[in-house]
Each structure stands twice: as C-alpha cells, then as structure tokens.
Design a protein around this ligand. Sequence first.
Ligand code: ACO
Ligand code: ZN
Length: 166
Amino acid sequence: MQVALREIGNCIIRRCDPSDIIPVMEINLKTLPEHYSDYFYESLLAELPEAFLVAEIEKKLVGYIMCKIEYGFSNFKKLGFVKKGHVVSIAVLPDYRKKGIGRALVEESIAGVKLKKSDELYLEVRCSNNEAIKLYEKLGFVIKQRLKAYYRDGEDAYLMAIEFSY
Ligand code: ACO
Ligand code: ZN
C-alpha cells in the first residue's frame, strides 16, 4: 500500500504499484493514441517509481503520470550535458478532468524527479492539445522546439521543458 502524496477532495495522488499497471494501461487506451507494452510500463515503474504516480478515487484509478530519467543535451544550456526527467505520458479520465488532478500529478512528478536531482524535466505534446499545453505552461514549462511530424499521424509536437534549481 502506497502512502498518499496529496489529496484533492476525495482523490488521492500516490505512487503506482505493480498491481496498478493494468488499470493504468486501460486509462491510456481510453485517453491517448500512443500506447505501450506492459513491459514498458513495468520498466518505467522499476526505474523511476518516484515519478510514476496514479490518481485514485474510492479505489478506482482515474489518472496516471509516468516518467523516465535520461542523460543528454540540455534544453536550456548551450552544449550542456544534463540529467533530464522525461514525462512519457499523463492522462486523466474524461469524467474527472478540470478538478486539479492533472496539475497535481505533474506537480508531484516534478517533486519525484527532483528527488533524483534532475536538472530539467521535458515532454512532447501535440501542438493541438491546448488543454495540456496550458496546464504545462501554468506549471512553468516553456515551449523549446517544434518537432515536425513527431506523431504517427503526422502531427507536430511541441517539446516543452522546465529547469530546476536546488
Ligand atoms: N474547477 C474547474 N476547473 C478547474 C478546477 C476546478 N476545481 N481545477 C482545475 N481546473 C481547471 C484548470 O484551471 C485548468 O483549466 P485552465 O487551463 O483553462 O485554467 C483545467 O481545469 C485543467 O487542469 P487540471 O484539472 O489540473 O487537469 P486535468 O485533470 O483536467 O488533466 C490532462 C489535464 C491530463 C491534460 C487531461 O485533459 C487529459 O487527460 N487529456 C487527455 C490526455 C492528454 O492529452 N494527455 C497529455 C498528453 S502529452 C503527454 O502525455 C506528455
Ligand atoms: Zn516523450
């Protein structure tokens, strides 16, 4: 049993458990066109449990966020080589949106990647996904690049990133 990191009304934000992977995959299938194998979810959970979080309401999972850590060129410092968190995927079921759950998931995953002393956190988002882009901007992410035809259907992505100081 994982401890609650945060409560928003009757919704609890907590770390993901291995037994949550199937419901997390179900939320992903219902909400996003980008899907992953069960092995991929398990490996993200094993590698970065601090930033693989779920939102739970009365024993039902309604949202998740999962991240990984990478080493590579900075999105902020020219030629800097840094430790970067990467938000691989976040989603909240439609009936539970606009209640602050998405924001809480991103904020708590920021805390999680900071526990690992990441210098930055980045993500890709569809250029048409205004809801998500607005949420990330409110939390301090900035658009750093436009990635042409990033998605399988040909849509471009924005690469958005936030830099941390300790
Ligand atoms: N009452 C009314 N509105 C509220 C309340 C409230 N109590 N609390 C927050 N809101 C508003 C916020 O202000 C915000 O609106 P605004 O930006 O117009 O001001 C809006 O609700 C969204 O904020 P949250 O509630 O924190 O986010 P939500 O739980 O709705 O989740 C998310 C956002 C995850 C993007 C959701 O829309 C979703 O799952 N979309 C489909 C999947 C998706 O697109 N995921 C992102 C892909 S990119 C990637 O994965 C890296
Ligand atoms: Zn990505």
